[in-house]
Design a protein around this ligand. Structure first.
Ligand code: GP9
Ligand code: MN
Length: 726
């Protein structure tokens, strides 16, 4: 065979083609052997196979720009070597971090890159020969080649231009096919895995470089003087708490529950079957919503944009908005300085953790949480047992997720600040035979029908978790904050939804769509008795000051864009990320104005001055100001220039979330006699057996024969084949 190769590749073009084929196959091999890319179905497999081609053609064809043969060959080998090195470095990095190398990580030479240096030799495998053998084979073939006339002849520029054009065409086809399967792939940047899966390692590296350069340019042009207007804004905007509730839950544990795609219209909604039987969709949430121990909010809006879940998280933990395009998490989250709640509470003796049954790299959480100061991050690779039956596209099903989380929760030193990110109720709300108990709606839209079932399932999972909290004794000393992250049913489906909400699809308009952007917010503090349903107009940006005030923490010196939802001083204004504003009286959507209470349109003559027009203008400007201030802080990384009194910024080098379970155990053991975890309070007796779940996938609920046959696997959740919404 080698002989054959020698004969067929005597020319520069021959070597070029050989290099492309070698590299293409090598990359494809690495995709299968080294990375967990969650490739699903034949379409994605085809894209995975195709994606190394365009960039290999492009890179290796650079050698054609040297008309001199000797220099051309040299260039080809250098490029081949460097590209192999990039691939190999990613392979080694992935073995350690389950993630791809980012330019940021390389440039900042953080402890992560240092630690990789220290352990580099342990990361080599015997199979690594495979990733270099091709290079040496290429060199060997070159040395052995029979020099022919063509080999030494200068190449025409046409060749260089032709291959360049061909690679561009192939890339565009690749991108087009990828966008069909995963719309907005490049604008939203869900996950580095996705870019590699759809477009390849080289494209990922270039894309990452461009993003980093853009973010760095804005950051570099900012300086400390940019903080002055922000400080003025925050000062003017501050809404003070009253004594009635300030510090009402001081020192308690905090449990945030991120309710995936949960919308406010679900609260108190009952649906009736043809036989007349009526059932509540979210009986447990309804109970919490009406409890005198809950501060519940009826006019609370999500303020997310393309960053969806990650925008909601940024808003909740920092009182800052996501960006107008893409996700702030993936664009700047890992680099920026933040004054996040977990870090603020650290000084008050809190430990903190995020629980999420999906891969840690989604939305770059495994890096961003370091900036927020989270002590632990329990994600699917490190902390949960996933198999085909118990997981969905975005991770472990909620009932199993909560159940598996409490083994960690009971070890956490109290007080703790925790966030549980649910996933079962995620678009496209697929039917789940094992858990379809609520299937009343029968509209023409399967997404809507499925939604009610996954919502109901999420509600049941919450009830189980709360029951455990009560049984384990954690309940009384905890404050729960449940919030919906964003819509589940998109505007395009709302007319089909309308009859279920007793609305007329014929008169459905933008106002109705906007009102459906309300999501639940329930702050449940057992035993307070001072709760109730609050009609103030607020949004996710307002949660952080509200919760900090309940915990007795003065927020006046923090840079927060929101206002305490319980404060009588608040402005009662919501700005959505697209600039639309909602106040108790006016709702301004683009150029259209509505009466918020009735939904009736208000027509104003643009030529005429009127008190209403002036008021609406004022509301819009206030909303725009809030967004602008936030964007300046986030884009310019302005919090690095300002430190509130008694605040220590997060030390990102402290965390490597891959060892969160081990680190938790280590911290638990080293706390000794002083330890305050539930497990220690319980004299070492685990509370996990107290957890009751009716999840059919739970090993304890399966018939013995099935249980034996079910193999545990650490396979990662697969992602949906198509996601056309959003
Ligand atoms: C992924 C999950 C979903 O881990 O949080 O994010 P979303 O698609 O809703 O932004
Ligand atoms: Mn979400």
């Amino acid at each position: 065979m080698l002989q054959k190769l020698k004969e067929t590749t005597p020319t520069r073009v021959g070597f070029f083609l050989l290099a492309v084929i070698f590299f293409w196959l090598k990359t494809y091999l690495a995709y299968h052997l080294e990375f967990s890319l969650g490739v699903e179905g034949i379409y994605q497999h085809f894209l995975l196979f195709l994606n190394p081609l365009a960039s290999s053609l492009l890179l290796f064809s650079l050698s054609f720009w040297f008309s001199d043969a000797k220099r051309g060959y040299r260039a080809l080998f250098v490029i081949y070597f460097l590209n192999s090195l990039l691939l190999f470095a990613n392979i080694l990095y992935y073995r350690e971090f389950s993630d791809f190398i980012t330019i940021k990580a390389v440039l900042s030479a953080t402890t992560t890159t240092k630690s990789i240096g220290a352990s580099i030799f342990q990361m080599f495998h015997l199979q690594d020969i495979l990733y270099w053998i091709d290079f040496f084979l290429l060199i060997w073939l070159f040395r052995k080649r029979k020099t022919t006339v063509q080999a030494g002849a200068p190449l025409k520029k046409r060749m260089a231009i032709g291959t360049l054009a061909l690679s561009v065409v192939i890339f565009l086809v690749n991108l087009g096919l990828a966008e069909i399967d995963r719309p907005q792939l490049l604008t939203r940047t869900f996950d580095r895995n996705y870019i590699v899966k759809y477009l390849g390692m080289n494209v990922y590296t270039i894309y990452d470089g461009i993003q980093t350069a853009q973010a760095n340019a804005v950051r570099a042009s900012a300086d400390s003087s940019d903080m002055a207007p922000v400080l003025d804004y925050v000062d003017d905007h501050y809404a003070a708490p009253t004594e009635d509730y300030f510090g009402q839950t001081e020192g308690r544990n905090v449990v945030f529950i991120h309710l995936e795609s949960m919308q406010q219209f679900l609260i108190d909604l009952s649906l009736t079957e043809e036989n007349g039987v009526t059932s509540e969709v979210t009986p447990f949430l309804n109970q919490l919503y009406h409890s005198p121990d809950s501060y519940s909010f009826s006019n609370f809006f999500h303020q997310t944009s393309q960053g969806k879940t990650s925008d909601a998280e940024l808003l909740i933990d920092n009182s800052l908005f996501g960006l107008p395009q893409g996700s702030a998490f993936t664009q700047v989250g890992a680099d920026n300085t933040f004054h996040s709640t977990p870090q603020i509470l650290k000084d008050k003796g809190y430990t903190s953790a995020v629980f999420h049954g999906n891969v840690g790299s989604f939305w770059d959480r495994d890096n961003v949480y370091k900036s927020f100061g989270y002590d632990y991050f329990f994600s699917s690779e490190t902390s949960y047992t996933l198999n085909e039956e118990n997981s969905l596209e975005y991770g472990l099903k909620d009932k199993l997720f909560f159940q598996e989380s409490v083994q960690y929760l009971e070890q956490m030193q109290q007080p703790f600040y925790t966030k549980f990110i649910t996933v079962s109720n995620h678009f496209p709300f697929p039917p789940d035979e094992l858990n379809t108990v609520f299937d009343i709606p029968d509209t023409e839209d399967e997404t809507i029908n499925g939604f009610f079932n996954t919502v109901h399932y999420a509600d049941e999972s919450l009830e189980e978790f709360f029951q455990y909290m009560k049984d384990s004794g954690l309940y009384e000393n905890t404050i729960f904050v449940l919030y919906g992250d964003h819509y589940g049913i998109s505007n395009s489906r709302n007319k089909t939804l309308a009859p279920l909400l007793d609305k007329d699809p014929e008169t459905w308009n933008d106002y109705e769509n906007t009102m459906l952007q309300r999501v639940p917010l329930i702050i449940h503090a057992p035993g307070i008795g001072t709760g109730g349903i609050n009609d103030t107009y607020g949004g996710q940006v307002d949660v952080m000051p509200t919760v900090l005030h309940l915990l007795g923490i003065d927020t006046q010196s923090y840079i927060q864009m929101g206002q305490d939802l319980l404060s009588p001083d608040r402005d009662n204004l919501v700005v959505l990320r697209n600039g639309n504003v909602i106040s108790p009286i006016y709702t301004a959507l683009g150029n259209n104005l509505y009466d918020t209470a009735t939904g009736n349109p208000i027509y104003l003559d643009p030529e005429m001055e009127s008190p209403i027009a002036a008021k609406v203008q004022e509301l819009k400007e206030a909303g725009q100001m809030q967004l602008n201030m936030s964007d300046q802080v986030v884009n310019g990384d302005l919090l690095r220039f300002y430190s509130p009194p008694n605040f220590t910024p997060a030390d990102k080098s402290l965390h490597n979330y891959l060892d969160s379970p081990a680190k938790l155990l280590e911290d638990f053991q080293s706390s000794g006699e002083e330890g305050t975890s539930l497990l220690q309070e319980n004299n070492g007796e685990s509370t996990v057996p107290l957890y009751q779940t009716d999840a059919p996938e739970f090993p304890g609920n399966q018939p013995a024969s099935v249980e034996e046959g079910t193999e545990e696997s650490s396979e990662l959740p697969t992602e949906p084949v198509e996601e056309t919404e959003e």
